[in-house]
Design a protein around this ligand. Sequence first.
Ligand code: HGY
Ligand code: MN
Ligand code: MN
Length: 456
Amino acid sequence: MRGGTFLLPGVAAFFLLSSSSSEGPPPSCMQKYSDLNACFAGPNVLPSRTSLFMTFAMKPNPARFLQDLHELRQIGAAGIGKGVQRRAFSAADLTARSWLADRMRDADLTPHIDPAGNTFGLADGRSLLVGSHSDTQPEGGWLDGALGVVAGLELARAAKDAGGPPISCVSFQDEEGRFGVLTGSDIWSGKLALADADRFYDTDGVCFADARTGIADIAGEFLPHDMFSGFLEMHIEQGPYLDETGLKIGVVSDIVGIRDMTVVFEGRQNHAGTTPMHLRQDAFQALSKFNTLLNDRLRNVVMPTTVWTIGHIALHPNASSVVPGRAEFSMQWRDGDADRLARMEKVIRDTASEVAKDANMSVNFGALMGIEPVAMDQRMRDALEVAADQQAPELWRRMPSGALHDASNIATVLPAAMLFVPSIGGISHAFDEDTDEADLVLGLQVLATAAEALAS
Ligand code: HGY
Ligand code: MN
Ligand code: MN
């Protein structure tokens, strides 16, 4: 069962770090997990805070950007299309972070990994932070998260090439929720204490505390938020709207909220051949009835944009000749209105309790995890809209995000905004997720224009 403490108070400790160091850079890294240590070796090195008095004309390099995106997708490549399998803290994820640290160092950025695994590439001085996440779903696409990370890297490099403005990049850890919901940015934003996250388990029973021992030797401290002036995230839409309408850019107005909890029906395990139907306490039958009733009852509560999903089920003992005694499943729901999320929670709990009672079995609810709906920063949105109007006139629109993003958390501590590019066929969280490369490059250019305006 996944653990979670979302609505419980939690305060991560943040440590102010020294702002300069005379240490030389750590040795260059090979793209192997075993080299991750070397990538981040040495004391907590933060760049010196120098002032920049120059005018800039940042020119992101589309070829370098696309090449890095393709290189990154080789790390954890699924071997099916452009699909990627790079779950948080897997060997592939750590290799990707090592690769990223190399690219950061090549760009004269200072790599820094914090105790949650969030991986930063720091520019000198207070900077605009640009990025996303490089972990993936169990069967992930090549762009979900990676696009925003490599876009951040490219903008930070282009800014360096142009002599400014200072732009840092980041790959947050476990955005895809192997352990929690947006775990790395949840911790960095201060909403979730590291000690609480350490008690989160993945569906295989591995806990966050054990998973992050993979970076224990190289992790520095949590960075203070005020090192950064704001956060920009570029992402694929992961839905069909832009693709269907032929638009190229979405400027995100707000991001939906989410609730996620584990539910368990406990019935009676028994023989599938000898147990009469009327005597069974079949946990799968209870789950099935719950799902049917829930779909019907939620109709009175939801909007057309509201979604709910049972995405993971574990039956016990999961054998064809045994009446299942236990059904454990994930129950997730999303909407832009926190009150509606609460009303849905009541329907879910009441329906599950009623089904359990009728079937003479018990039901247990795990900890409620979630993220609040959040609006994007108006000034940063304006900058993205001006840039979109320049680079993609008539081809952009404002839109909400139905997917969660690290920006949901970062918006609670820094001004934050997001840019979408189309997803072909609206497909994501699947190996065949894809976007036309010309659309990726257009998005990068819009992002660069806005970033330069915001960071200068
Ligand atoms: O599930 C989400 O919305 C995100 O992609 N992790
Ligand atoms: Mn993502
Ligand atoms: Mn995702």
